[in-house]
Design a protein around this ligand. Structure first.
Ligand SMILES: *Cc1c(COP(=O)(O)O)cnc(C)c1O
Length: 422
């Protein structure tokens, strides 16, 4: 379900024509629908109303502070993976006792920041990290609440780059040493070991791997409790997939039903870290056709948006549905939609049957709300695109387009180059 629909052959976001935004703000740009964001958050969160839980939106999927603020104001928390995301979450006034901090490589600076802000818990991913957090908490004369990220060795059947819960992945602590980690932690005076967590991958389209992982964590919790551990939180991560093309991922209520069945009497506060399933289909990427080019083997539609703006197709070979902003029921042709970047891997879509495009036409790249803007870069010295939030008949720019000055503003010339090399 999303609020990007045609009305008389014009694509709208809620009640605003996409063309109007494109003309007024320029392209490329990202457009998000507030109604869709709210709907997806509520659908996910309410699937777990029967259980004591906290939905910690995974900031890395789309970290704009307006989006974080929205979910925070709907009662959500945030799952962060860096000090920068912590900074954003606090800017968005998300209460720090609803922030969980994941990631394999937390620096001392980041750990200190999170300790100072008294976040809900650290999801630790190695024994060295646990010791580091203990040392920092001791130095700051405070205590750190810790949950151990378990690597349950489950194949999530997704793209290898976004599989995270298999033995060969860098994430989490393998099940056979989790018990030992809790034993060793008894000697660490400034950490409270209060939970277990896992996150096995992203864009999962089947509940089975989630349930398998949960069973392993549940068995571990029982063993840990037998040895006196006070496990109060169980964090099941994110990873629920969405429809980009022909996938049929479980709906949040089906996902919830399958998990809750395994969670009877678990006596833990559940934490979820959904990202993509909340924001993915709530955003589109809008780009303008600069040129079309025919060659004997391919037809190209060259757009003003490229892999620096939306890297998923280039990085993972991901599919995003592409459709014209003004629908014309004329002839179609098979084209590659490519960006202006100097890389052959710079494409948004390949071998697509699209209505004939002309210079100046706008194209909507669908399902671009997750890992779209947040993975964008300045490669080729391109300014990052603006982000627009639509609600009803209004729209708001929640991030302006970068300026040329933004591109070089943090660079400096060393003295010896100021006047040119002598
Ligand atoms: C990326 C990530 C998530 C969110 O994943 P989605 O597939 O977007 O739901 C949740 N938890 C952790 C630890 C992550 O790294």
């Amino acid at each position: 379900m999303h609020h990007f629909q045609y009305k008389q052959d014009e694509l709208y976001c809620e009640d605003v024509p996409v063309r109007r935004i494109a003309e007024e703000i320029g392209t490329p740009c990202y457009i998000y629908s507030l109604a869709t964001l709210r709907h997806h958050f509520l659908t996910f969160d309410s699937a777990f109303t029967d259980a004591r839980h906290l939905t910690c939106y995974s900031a890395k999927a789309n970290s704009n502070i307006a989006i974080l603020k929205l979910f925070g104001s709907m009662g959500g928390g945030v799952d962060i993976v860096s000090g920068g995301e912590l900074y954003r979450a606090l800017k968005a006034q998300v209460p720090s006792n609803r922030i969980v901090y994941s990631g394999v490589g937390k620096t001392v600076e980041e750990i200190d920041f999170a300790l100072r802000e008294k976040i809900l818990m650290f999801n630790i991913e190695s024994t060295q990290e646990l010791e580091q957090i203990n040392r920092r908490a001791e130095a700051m004369n405070t205590r750190a609440a810790v949950s151990v990220r378990v690597n349950p060795d489950i194949d999530p059947n997704t793209h290898p780059y976004i599989s995270t819960g298999m033995k060969r992945n860098k994430f989490g602590i393998s099940t056979d040493i989790v018990m030992q980690a809790f034993e060793d932690a008894k000697n660490l005076k400034n950490v409270d070991m209060i939970g277990l967590d896992c996150h096995i991958g992203s864009q999962l389209t089947d509940v089975t791997p989630f349930v398998d992982a949960l069973k392993r964590l549940r068995a571990l919790i029982e063993r840990l409790r037998q040895r006196g551990a006070d496990i109060r939180y169980l964090d099941l991560g994110g990873g629920l997939g969405i429809v980009y093309d022909q996938e049929a991922p479980p709906q949040p209520h089906e996902y919830a039903r399958a998990l809750l069945r395994e969670l009877q009497d678990i006596n833990c506060t559940l934490i979820f870290e959904p990202g993509r399933v909340i924001v993915g289909n709530a955003g589109i990427f809008v780009t303008r056709v600069l040129y079309t080019k025919r060659t004997p083997v391919k037809n190209f539609v060259i757009t003003d948006g490229g892999m620096n703006d939306l890297i998923r197709p280039s990085l993972y070979g991901s599919y995003h549905y592409v459709q014209p902003v003004a629908r014309n029921l004329q002839e179609t042709e098979i084209v590659d939609v490519v960006g202006p970047i100097c890389e052959s891997g710079d494409f948004l879509a390949r071998d697509r049957d699209l209505p004939l495009s002309s210079q100046g036409d706008y194209l909507a790249v669908m399902s671009a709300g997750a890992y779209g803007f947040s993975m964008s870069s300045n490669y080729n010295s391109r300014r990052r695109a603006p982000e627009v939030l639509v609600t009803g008949g209004d729209y708001f720019v929640i991030r302006r387009r970068e300026t040329w000055e933004d591109l070089v503003g943090s660079e400096t010339l060393p003295d010896f180059l100021e006047g040119g090399l002598q």
